[in-house]
Design a binder for this molecule. Sequence first.
Ligand SMILES: [Zn+2]
Length: 97
Amino acid sequence: MIDTGSLEVRQTRLGYAVFSGRDQVSRDFSCEYTACGAATRLEVRSRSKTRPCICCGDQFLSTGPGHRMCNLCRPSEYRAAERHSRAVLGLQPDGYQ
Ligand SMILES: [Zn+2]
């Protein structure tokens, strides 16, 4: 498991590579920019994890602790949040009353 807080790009004998602490976690890249891109991908992948949706219980790929609903359930959550913010602003939601 990669510690997302400690990934860094360092120069190696062969170019540049991503390191987690003392361990090299990517292949060697000839260009530092490419190695940085690999570090970003590795960070996203290490945060991503299959979790059950809190709404329907289906397994889905979550990108982090704040991502707990599958894609099918999330849009309705956003619509609810939007209705709420409109109510706070004093706007009548569609079909209200
Ligand atoms: Zn769901």
